[in-house]
Write a protein that binds this ligand. Structure first.
Ligand code: ADP
Length: 415
């Protein structure tokens, strides 16, 4: 089955075409046929498409909206010159999977799209006012273009965390506020954490119910997840992705009083305060330089920049805090798994986050840690380490494609 996976942001459209079916899933033999990214939809859009093994197609075109962008992508996908194996026209796309950010308490697993599901995703807009409308743009456009004969599936970032117990997901505020408004922790990056759990299970040769790990997704956005018995029992992001770890531009955990204090003393509105916390905090806020971890590490090394070092130290300190928290919550863990742009590529951050944890018997092998970069999946702890440490590149698109197949075929989920 050729699955088109769509991930729409407010002004971007990312896609992959993945050939997969139940046998491919079982044997890990799915094939990524092509991928693409259109940025700056609404103005002069930047286009970057690539069929596997072919030279990238790059262009710039004025694309008005997501429908135009999708039509543009489809024109390229079905063009013979693109050389995507097995794709000659629209009929060669057999199903579509959409990444959806917020499914609230309603969507606990991936579902086939119909009018009722779409209105459910629309109902979740107040909880994710930036993300869900963008996801919906992709859904509306692809339903219009492909029509009802091509099955479409929604996969939610929040659904993996729907197994969290009340003790993890409730905020300690009046319970009626939860009952009335569903104010609670939902968690995000669920597809990534779920994929890490699945890969760990394969690497360690375990059954799903025996997977006990701490998954660390460290990218520009970052979150930690405690997976016990194969289920998410806690995660660091909350009602929105602002909570938890320190991130590229987001503050993570903070005393809520800061909001009122900042508004009052700076004379700024709530919206402006949240713009500071979302866009001008985290690595960029502390360093005053950039939200890019690569550049910060370089600044620290080459110019001994004090604030670059401080930002990196705080980033690692927060990771350590969550590892300690989850070790207590889970009563120990079998493994800590790193993923995301930083987690997959920075030996330095992995090492600094795990120093002074010898009390827990965590020991990484420096040589293996250095080797584990650029998309390599490997164990980096010493044989003596009481807790294993892995680097596992995430692949959310693959999980989106696999879920799409399973939902369309009504097959049980392996993970
Ligand atoms: P997003 O959350 O936007 O998907 P990514 O997962 O792509 O983010 O991660 C982006 C982050 O990964 C950036 O801070 C980038 O600097 C960092 N990164 C990528 N490669 C390296 C590297 N070799 N060393 C350190 N950080 C890296």
């Amino acid at each position: 089955m050729n699955v088109l996976v769509l991930n729409c942001g407010s002004s971007s459209l990312k896609f992959q075409i993945i050939e997969t079916d139940l046998a491919h899933i079982e044997n890990d033999t799915d094939v990524m046929l092509a991928k693409g990214l259109i940025e700056r939809i609404g103005s002069q859009s930047i286009i970057n498409f690539q069929a596997e093994g072919q030279i990238a197609f790059k262009s710039a075109e004025p694309l008005r909206d997501h429908k135009q962008a999708l039509l543009y992508a489809i024109k390229w996908i079905t063009n013979q010159d693109s050389k995507i194996p097995g794709i000659a026209d629209l009929a060669d796309i057999h199903a579509i999977g959409h990444r959806c950010v917020h499914g609230a308490e309603r969507f606990k697993k991936s579902v086939r799209l119909d009018n009722d599901v779409i209105s459910g995703i629309e109902d979740c807009i107040p909880l994710a006012p930036l993300h869900n409308p963008a996801n919906l743009k992709g859904i509306y456009a692809s339903r219009e273009i492909f029509g009802p004969s091509v099955p479409q599936v929604a996969i939610f970032d929040t659904s993996f965390h729907s197994t969290m117990p009340e003790t993890s997901y409730l905020f300690a505020i009046p319970y009626q506020l939860y009952s009335r408004f569903k104010i609670r922790k939902y968690g995000f990056h669920g597809t990534s954490h779920r994929f890490i759990g699945y890969r760990y299970r394969r690497l360690a040769g375990k059954e799903r119910d025996d997977v006990n790990i701490i998954s660390m997704h460290l990218g520009n956005g970052a979150s930690a997840c405690a997976i016990k018995g194969g289920k998410s029992i806690d995660t660091s992001m909350g009602l929105t992705p602002l909570d938890g770890l320190m991130m590229g531009t987001r503050c993570g955990d903070i005393d809520p009083t800061v909001v009122e204090f900042l508004s009052h003393n700076e004379g700024i509105t709530m919206d402006e305060v949240f713009s500071v916390l979302n866009k001008r905090s985290g690595l960029i806020g502390i360093s005053g330089l950039t939200n890019d971890m690569r550049d910060l590490l370089q600044e620290e090394k080459e110019h001994q920049d004090r604030r670059a070092k401080l930002a990196i130290d705080m980033f690692c300190h927060r990771i350590k805090k969550y590892i300690g928290f989850y070790l207590a919550e889970m009563n120990g863990t079998d493994a800590i798994c790193f993923t995301g742009g930083i987690g997959e590529n920075s030996a330095e951050i992995r090492k600094r986050s795990l120093t002074h944890l010898d009390f827990f018997g965590i020991e990484i092998d420096d040589e293996l840690n250095q080797l584990a970069c650029g998309g390599r999946e490997m164990k980096i702890s010493t044989p003596e380490s009481r807790i294993a440490v892995y680097v596992i590149p995430t692949n959310e698109e693959l999980l989106l494609a696999r879920d799409t197949v399973r939902v369309v075929l009504n097959a049980p989920r392996i993970w």
